[in-house]
Write a new protein. Structure first.
Length: 147
């Protein structure tokens, strides 16, 4: 009995995990000079808070799939570095809203610009045609995930 042949789709998962891990590792290494944001989790946290416009602490914990105490620990460091502040809801003191400070906003922009340059370097190994194909593929996947 012949061995089952791998389909293209069987190759995608390990390739995707390898590429994502290596890109993240590359970005973390390249971002060592950014004193403001020291980890991908902090970057992701600040980006989420900015996009959601002052979410609740619970929203962040749910988004990151972590416990509320873990979210609190993460936020403590960002508050201590003055990139975030906590606002207590006027109607429910138990509800804590997360707010980006001017320093946090500046760090997000600086980090985004830096990461964007690094990603350009990573994908420069593709020629223009391949880059257009990749953009098309990413858009198609994004569209299927957001339906």
């Amino acid at each position: 009995m012949p061995a089952k042949q791998k389909s293209n789709l069987d190759e995608i998962t390990p390739l995707l995990f390898s590429i994502l891990r290596l890109i993240q590792s590359h970005l973390v290494h390249a971002n060592k000079s950014n004193e403001e944001i020291s980890s991908p989790v902090q970057w992701h946290t600040l980006h989420f808070i900015k996009d959601r416009k002052n979410p609740l602490m619970k929203d962040l914990a749910d988004h990151l799939s972590i416990t509320p105490p873990s979210a609190t620990s993460l936020i403590d460091g960002l508050v201590e570095s003055k990139m975030l502040k906590r606002d207590f809801d006027k109607h429910d003191r138990r509800a804590v809203r997360l707010v980006i400070t001017a320093k946090g906003d500046k760090a997000i922009q600086k980090g985004f610009n830096h990461m964007s340059e690094q990603i350009k370097k990573i994908f420069a190994c593709l020629d223009k045609k391949e880059q257009k194909q990749l953009i098309s593929i990413y858009k198609k996947i994004l569209n299927s995930l957001t339906k």
